[in-house]
Design a protein around this ligand. Sequence first.
Ligand SMILES: Nc1ncnc2c1ncn2[C@@H]1O[C@H](COP(=O)(O)OP(=O)(O)OP(=O)(O)O)[C@@H](O)[C@H]1O
Length: 527
Amino acid sequence: MSENEEDLPREQSDSTKKKKKKKEKQSAKKKKKNGEKDEEEKCKEEEEEEVKEEEKNIEGILLRGIFKVGKKSHDVLLTRTRLTWIPIIPENPTGETSVPQPGVLLLQDVYAVKRRGRRLEGDTLHLHNASTEHTHIWYNTLKELITGPSTRPRYLKVFINPCSHKKDAVHIYREHVAPLFKMADVRTDITVTEKKGHALSVMKECKLDGYDGVVCVGGDGSVAELCHALVFRAQLDAGSPEKPVTAVLPLGIIPAGSTDVVSCSVHGVRDPVTAALHIVLGHLQQVDMCSFSSLGQLVHFGFSAMFGFGGQCLARAEKKRWMSSTRRREYALVKTLARLRPEDCQLSFLPAKKTNRDKDSGSVDAEVEESWTTNQGLYLSISIMSVPCLSPHTPRGLAPNTSLTNGSAALIAVGNTSRSEFIKHLKRYGSSSGQFSFSFVETHDVSAVRIRPRSLVGWPEEEESEEEGESKTSPIIQSEASAFTLNIDGELVEIANEVLIRVHPRLITLYGEEVDEAESTVSCSCI
Ligand SMILES: Nc1ncnc2c1ncn2[C@@H]1O[C@H](COP(=O)(O)OP(=O)(O)OP(=O)(O)O)[C@@H](O)[C@H]1O
């Protein structure tokens, strides 16, 4: 349990204020003339409501007792919604008495937390009483109140990717998360994944009935796999191969990767404790997702896709899996910039305002008329993002103009330009402003995007030979004109022919909340 300092409402001073307010209203009422009947009636109604509220507060006391908080005795009161402890101050021989300041804890915060900016931290309030019987009654009543009907999970399916980033996901879970789950009485069923696709295959078949949510401990790749798995499973269960179906279970993300974009977008920080506390407290946030399909076949569900620079960077990084993730990323960034080349493609999009979304069904199929805008040309980068994609590198996000639940995605298309201008554009993401104020950058709020590369040529010959002898686990980038690569939520995905991306409002629920900005803890010095 803890004391939430920011939320400390003062019950006593509240009621004094209410009485004062009541008196003021009564005297104001006396001054009123006969013609002001409406005003008078309104006052009367408000007054009655206040009296009712006060009565409710008094009646609502479930338990009352004397406990030691620290070294001092306190009068402790428990109602359905709060725990209040008022210091018992002995009367002063001079007759002067100071007004005791009560402490108040809202039960919605128990297992309770303190906020430090975006970070959530556990805190403890010890109530001491010598009587075992007395403390048991308090313990059981509190437990009953806290675990009553709420969005707090009681049983979670947990997936841990032991190979994420620094290979410390298991340690992060054991050290920072498991103790919080245990204290909050949350049971878990843990799978430590053995290979790529393991979480998806478990999710396709396991019984979901008993779980209140799913938890992913890993990086963006693991999150992408589980988000896809949750929506895909909902689609399977609903027998709806064509229409995406809203995921039944919420997903909690314990960040253990190198960038943790989705986690940052719903927590504002890369902090396993904050993430675990959002789960424990049942903070739910609905989030828009995209479906990626090609020639009528679903390829993936996800939050973001990058074509061109973002795809090329990831492809290079994946070939250097043996490097540390920071070095790998910097290497790929520098090398892709050095060999910057635009993609020749046809880009079509459906502006978001042209659609009549059916938010409840999570579908954009109810479009009034599909009025696509189509451009053909050379693009250095095309990004589609249904979430802002916050990270410590880009605190305001790669797509600051979109939000988690606005039902649309940001399309950011960067046309052909010089390397130096492109670098200027990239650098501005870190400083959070002006990244789109270039003549070669266009942004649109969209509900669908179609990309058709004109020629699917892959990498030039010289690069193929240079990358020889790399990790066997690297995704293969085909050099024949049969597929092109997309970076979908940090995962390399090959797509034959064209790709169609559609936004599906509120397709998934994540544990967390909408945040404007991520805590910036790193800076990239390589460009
Ligand atoms: N035991 C495993 N061995 C190898 N790969 C795994 C294993 N378990 C899961 N994976 C896969 O590893 C991929 C990358 O995982 P994840 O994103 O968690 O780590 P990361 O790539 O190091 O982190 P980041 O994306 O933040 O850099 C995912 O596609 C996941 O499916």
